[in-house]
Design a protein around this ligand. Structure first.
Ligand code: DO4
Ligand code: MG
Length: 286
């Protein structure tokens, strides 16, 4: 079961869609579903979606729809240093703060930081940003957990945690500037509902970066390489917190290009997760 937000020529406002037959969206608007955040909050979500799929609602061919980021009111947060590869890359890029990464990888409390408000999230097909004052920029392909207002993990989507490695490496206190800037977060295209953690851990995350028609980087990792369990990450996010509209939590990156690599304007970043789909964005200087 896959949910999304979309516009179509007939309905140029954001609608909530359910993917059926791999190529058709069922427009859930006429069933009274105005916002994705509200649907995700349903106590019996899989049953509710199964019921909606049987209704005779407007059908929109997927290729006639413009897919929007699959968040309408949720805050987006991100966990970090959850893969060994991420810990090593960050220790290489930083000088005096290298031990912070080493320590957090093994600590009980994970690294979790705020990433974006919903309206700033970039959809598939949109432009992700590299900062004009950064020299070393990378995408971070990540599985994202989708949480309802009660903190339950109700789905999974694809995230790109765009990052400026030189700014983070200069001083760890610059992390918010390295991570949170215009167009630094992309999500989508779909939220897969109903997969258990055990199933999600069988998925592969892959990334391709294409420059002027030539592949300049490709890499992949397994979701099973994430060190911490999903309830552990979601549990820390929700400690002494509240998310009245739910939240999305990126789970960290396990694919980091070689240190010589930096993104350039015009690069096309394709991130695929086997159980979800593909998030495609073009890079722009912001
Ligand atoms: O510690 C800085 C950020 C880590 C991160 O974003 C990741 O591991 O994916
Ligand atoms: Mg990250």
């Amino acid at each position: 079961m896959k949910l999304c937000r979309f516009r179509s020529p007939a309905t140029p406002w954001p609608s909530v869609g359910l993917l059926v037959d791999d190529s058709t969206l069922l427009d859930l608007t006429d069933a009274g579903v105005a916002r994705l955040a509200e649907l995700l909050d349903a106590a019996d979500l899989p049953e509710r979606i199964a019921d909606l799929s049987k209704r005779s609602l407007r059908r929109v061919p997927l290729d006639a729809a413009t897919l929007l980021a699959p968040v309408d009111r949720q805050e987006v947060w991100a966990a970090g240093v959850t893969y060994l590869r991420s810990k090593k890359a960050r220790m290489e890029e930083s000088d005096f703060s290298a031990t912070a990464y080493d320590r957090v990888y093994d600590a009980a409390r994970p690294e979790i930081f705020f990433k974006s408000v919903a309206e700033k999230v970039v959809a598939t097909g949109g432009e992700v940003g590299i900062r004009s004052d950064a020299r070393w920029n990378v995408p971070e392909p990540e599985l994202a957990l989708v949480l309802n207002s009660r903190g339950d993990i109700v789905g999974h989507t694809i995230g790109n945690d765009m990052s400026s490695r030189d700014i983070e490496g200069e001083n760890l206190l610059y992390l918010p500037q390295a991570k949170v800037y215009r167009a630094s977060c992309a999500l989508g295209p779909f939220i897969t509902i109903g997969a258990s953690e055990a199933e999600a851990r069988t998925w592969m995350i892959s990334i391709r970066i294409v420059r002027d028609g030539t592949e300049v980087f490709a890499g992949q990792t397994g979701v099973d390489q994430i060190k911490r369990s999903f309830p552990e990450l979601a549990g820390y996010l929700c400690r002494s917190q509240e998310f009245p509209h739910g939240a999305v939590l990126l789970t960290g990156t396990g694919v980091v290009p070689a240190n010589e690599f930096t993104l350039a304007a015009g690069d096309v970043v394709r991130i695929a997760i086997s159980g979800i789909g593909e998030l495609v964005n073009t890079v722009a200087v912001v």
